[in-house]
Design a protein around this ligand. Structure first.
Ligand code: 5AD
Ligand code: SF4
Length: 514
């Protein structure tokens, strides 16, 4: 089976013929209008009810649009973006386009962008620069920018002004409008800009083509209402909107039936799941309690906010089984004062208490985190508190960042007395601690036998297989290619800082998988 056939198979399996057409008229679903983003609108949080659409289909006039055409999507940023790319790939395929993995071959190129830090944005602008010559050579090529950067007023203005090689810009809320936007771009000489700054809707039955057939992402909610003072996400991803539990459960069941081994439930702040339901008292704990009964070996979730991590969720997670004992719990800073300025709405002590509670319920839980150093006016002492918290929790890994001002966020307006040199030094010190503690955590695996979900050949050596443990540790080992996609037992013979080497013991039979 080639890649296109595999993707088409997925699309056919996902189609739900029982979907009823909605009778409501949502005119903006059918008209392409010039709509640039507005920061002012993106900030607003209205009380409007979330509307659920199950009526997505490709209008007859667009069918076959992609015949003899190829698409290429380059994805930047987080898993949410990766998953959006899977949806856009699904739409392209439904339109008759074929996938390609080289830009030279493509008739449509999309950059699915990330806005979280300045360097993420710079990468995209650099890529647009590289692609300019292709557009000159082949003026019929369509070049599009979508994802989080498209939701930013300043970015769209910059592209309009200086990147005339771009044919279309659309945002995170109107991915389902891709067919209309493509059509408009083929017909128009102007740049097509369609970004919705306010969104209250959940679109359900979009086609999607998943990247592999071992692990899958499942959105459980969209948006974020937390407005941490540094973060652009509440502006680019809109208000919190939860998918209905039955839709999520059905999707996970389908994935289990298709043989997927691991799913990751996705949301910007998954612990706020269900808070927006007007008619239902239902949270992440309830959802996990249902999903754990589905016959799928591994379930993860990301990203958690400590503030909303409630006792019911902890109780459900303590049931173990396919709920994994690895908790990614972004702390951002170990200083209560900095946390306050970040508007994280918890103190150092409250965070530590949460970790203690989780450990009491799940004694073998491991923690990883996200940390920002060099927040405006962060003092040496406050930074030291981050180091001491890191040790106290005993994290096994972390994503660490230097604070990057994001236009339109409250922190971007703060005066900052910390020189960049100092921020870089702090990051280096923190990273040294992160490496040291990761190496220490890895050493403990020496001689242990662990369950590994085998994902494929190792990137560096095709003779070796690679996969991840329940706690998300990368393991390399020699084994038969038939182990790919399965959970096998591996005895660890060598522990490195970021990965483990081992020897395969046996293939686990499904009943043995804990
Ligand atoms: N600067 C630096 N890091 C940031 N993050 C979010 N916004 C910023 C910013 N403006 C980090 C946080 C978050 C992770 C996804 O990215 O640590 O948890
Ligand atoms: Fe950003 Fe996460 Fe804070 Fe939401 S909870 S504002 S996504 S850091």
């Amino acid at each position: 089976m080639n890649e296109k056939q595999r993707m088409e198979g997925q699309l056919a399996a996902a189609a739900d013929p029982s979907d009823k057409k909605s009778e409501k008229d949502y005119s903006r679903y059918f008209e392409t209008v010039y709509a640039p983003p507005s920061l002012k609108d993106a900030k607003k949080r209205g009380k409007e009810e979330v509307r659920y659409h199950k009526d997505f289909n490709i209008p007859a006039e667009f069918q076959g649009m992609g015949n003899n055409r190829k698409f290429y999507i380059r994805t930047f940023g987080c898993q949410m973006n990766e998953h959006d790319t899977e949806v856009m790939a699904g739409i392209f395929l439904s339109l008759g386009y074929e996938p390609t993995d080289t830009v030279e071959d493509a008739n449509v190129i999309l950059l699915n962008t990330c806005a979280i830090r300045e360097n993420a944005e710079n990468k995209v602008f650099g890529e647009l620069g590289h692609l300019k010559h292709l557009k000159k050579e082949r003026p019929d090529l369509l070049l599009g920018v979508c994802g989080c950067m498209s939701q930013e007023e300043s970015v769209v203005n910059k592209i309009l002004k200086t990147y005339d090689q771009v044919d279309m810009i659309f945002g995170t809320h109107n991915i389902h409008r891709l067919p209309n936007i493509l059509q408009e771009a083929y017909m128009s000489k102007e740049m097509v800009v369609e970004v919705w700054s306010k969104e209250g809707d959940v679109i359900e039955n979009l086609p999607k083509v998943r990247k592999g057939n071992i692990k899958a992402w499942v959105n459980i909610m969209y948006g974020c209402d937390k407005f941490c003072t540094y973060c652009i996400v509440p502006y680019t991803r809109g208000k919190e909107r939860s998918r209905r539990p039955e839709e999520i459960i059905q999707e996970v069941r389908q994935l289990a039936a298709q043989g997927y081994q691991e799913i990751t439930l996705l949301g910007q702040n998954v612990n706020a799941y269900g808070k927006d339901f007007a008619d239902l008292q239902y949270g992440l704990g309830d959802l996990m309690d249902e999903i754990r009964k589905i016959d799928i070996p591994r379930i993860r979730f990301t990203t958690s906010h400590p503030r909303d991590f409630d006792d019911h969720l902890i109780e459900v997670l303590s049931k173990g089984g396919n709920l994994l004992e690895h908790i990614h719990l972004p702390v951002q800073s170990g200083s209560t004062d900095v946390l306050k300025i970040m508007a994280r709405k918890y103190t150092r002590e409250q965070y530590l208490e949460l970790v203690r509670k989780i450990r009491a319920a799940i004694p073998n839980a491991t923690f990883t985190t996200d940390i920002i150093v060099g927040y405006p006016n962060e003092t040496d002492e406050q930074f030291e508190e981050t180091l001491s918290l890191y040790k106290e929790v005993g994290y096994e890994a972390a994503y660490t960042f230097i604070y990057s001002p994001r236009e339109g966020t409250p922190a971007a307006k703060m005066k900052d007395n910390v020189p960049m040199e100092v921020k870089k030094e702090r990051l280096q010190r923190l990273n040294a601690l992160v490496s040291e503690m990761s190496a220490e955590a890895m050493k403990k695996y020496h001689g242990q036998t662990v369950e590994v979900l085998v994902e494929g050949e190792s990137k560096n050596n095709p003779e070796v297989l690679a996969g991840y443990t329940r706690k998300n540790k990368l393991v390399n080992f020699k084994g038969p290619k038939s182990a790919i996609g399965k959970i096998v037992s591996v005895t660890i013979t060598d522990a490195k800082t970021w990965s483990l080497n081992g020897e395969m013991v046996e293939e686990l039979q499904p009943a043995e998988v804990k």
